[in-house]
Design a binder for this molecule. Structure first.
Ligand code: SF4
Ligand SMILES: [Zn+2]
Ligand SMILES: [Zn+2]
Length: 311
C-alpha cells in the first residue's frame, strides 16, 4: 500500500488514508499540537509537570510538550517530569531506566517519588494487605496512590498544570467503564482538560494525546526511536478495565472508528454533563489527615495507608 500523499510505502492506515513514515510523523505531531492549541492545554505562564512512567505514552507526551514550547517560544525551563515508582517488580524499574535516559538526553529535570518511601511498602507488598479486607484489585490501590502522589508532588514543585499521556483508547475505556458502573459524577472531570479550574488543592490535568489512538502512539514512539519497553504491567490483566479494553479492541476491529465514535459522543455531551455536575465538582475538600484534595473527610490514600499500618 502506498502513502496517500507520496509514493513511498505506507506504515499505517489512518482515517483518511494510508501514510508513509514521514507523513505519519507529521500527521501525528500536528494532531497533538493542534489539540494543545484548540483546548488551550498549555499557557505561556504555566509551570508544567509531566506525569511520566517511561512508557511510550509518557515519553511521547514529554517530547511533544517540549516541542510545542520550543515552537511557541515558551521557556522549556518550565517543564519538569515527575515519575511515581509504584514498586512493581520486573517492570517499573526497567521503564524508569528508560525515563532517566530520555530526560537526561533531552535535558528535562526529573523527580522520582516511590510508594515505598511514602507508604512504607511497595505496591507488590501493599496490595495483598489491602485486598484481604476490601477485595480491591491492584489497579484500584495503584490508581489511588498514584493520583495522590502526583497531585502532592506536582503542587510541591509549583506546577500549574499536570500533563498526562492518556490516549484515545484510555479515555474511551474510562467512558465505557463509567457508563457500565453508572459512575456519572466522575464524567464531568474528563475530557482533554479536567473540568475543574485550578484550585489550592487540585491542579488541572491536561491530555495532549487525547485524540491519538494507542496504536498511533506506539508507532510514533517506535519510529522516533525512543528507547521504550513495549511490555505491560503484570497486573494489567486483572482489572475490569482489561475486559473493557478487550471488548473495545474487538469492536474496533469489526467496526472501524468505534473508539473515535465514543470520544465524539462523549465530547458532544460533556458541556451538559459539566453544567449538571457544576455544584458538585467545584466542591473539592481537603483531607482532614493529610491536607490533600479529597471528596470526603478522609481521602482514600489515607484510608489505605491506615490499613497497611494495621495490616
Ligand atoms: S496496570 Fe494497574 S497496577 Fe499496573 S501500573 Fe497500571 S494501574 Fe498500576
Ligand atoms: Zn508519504
Ligand atoms: Zn489524606
Amino acid at each position: 500500500m502506498d502513502c496517500f500523499h507520496c509514493s513511498k510505502s505506507a506504515v499505517i492506515e489512518v482515517q483518511h488514508g494510508a501514510l508513509c513514515k514521514t507523513h505519519f510523523i507529521n500527521y501525528f505531531e500536528e494532531k497533538v499540537l493542534k489539540t494543545i492549541n484548540k483546548y488551550r492545554l498549555i499557557g505561556r505562564k504555566d509551570i508544567l509537570c509531566v506525569a511520566t512512567s517511561g512508557g511510550k505514552d509518557s515519553l511521547t507526551v514529554l517530547y511533544l510538550t517540549k516541542k510545542y514550547c520550543e515552537r511557541n517560544n515558551i521557556p522549556t525551563k518550565n517543564i519538569r517530569a515527575l515519575a511515581i515508582d509504584e514498586g512493581i517488580a520486573e517492570y517499573r524499574e526497567k521503564t524508569i531506566i528508560d525515563l532517566q535516559k530520555f530526560c537526561s538526553d533531552h535535558q528535562i529535570p526529573l523527580e522520582i517519588v516511590s510508594f515505598e518511601t511514602e507508604l512504607g511498602k511497595t505496591l507488590d507488598q501493599a496490595y495483598p494487605i489491602i485486598n484481604k479486607g476490601t477485595q480491591k484489585k491492584p489497579c484500584n490501590v495503584c490508581g489511588v496512590w498514584r493520583r495522590y502522589l502526583l497531585n502532592k508532588y506536582a503542587a510541591k514543585s509549583g506546577a500549574t498544570k499536570v500533563i498526562t499521556g492518556h490516549n484515545l483508547d484510555d479515555e474511551a475505556q474510562v467512558i465505557m467503564m463509567n457508563i457500565f458502573k453508572a459512575n456519572t459524577q466522575l464524567a464531568g472531570r474528563m475530557g482533554p482538560i479536567s473540568g475543574i479550574e485550578e484550585s489550592e488543592h487540585f491542579i488541572q490535568r491536561v491530555k495532549p494525546l487525547y485524540f491519538c489512538l494507542e496504536k498511533e502512539v506506539r508507532l510514533y514512539a517506535l519510529l522516533k526511536g525512543f528507547q521504550v519497553q513495549f511490555t505491560e504491567c503484570p497486573y494489567s490483566k486483572e482489572g475490569f478495565r482489561h475486559h473493557v479494553q478487550e471488548m473495545l479492541n474487538d469492536f474496533e476491529q469489526k467496526y472501524k472508528g468505534t473508539k473515535q465514535g465514543i470520544i465524539n459522543s462523549f465530547l458532544a455531551l460533556l458541556p451538559n454533563i459539566r453544567e449538571q455536575e457544576k455544584g458538585r465538582i467545584d466542591e473539592i475538600k481537603q483531607c482532614s489527615r493529610c491536607g490533600e484534595a479529597a471528596n470526603k473527610e478522609v481521602c482514600n490514600a489515607c484510608v489505605m495507608k491506615e490499613m497497611i499500618i494495621n495490616g
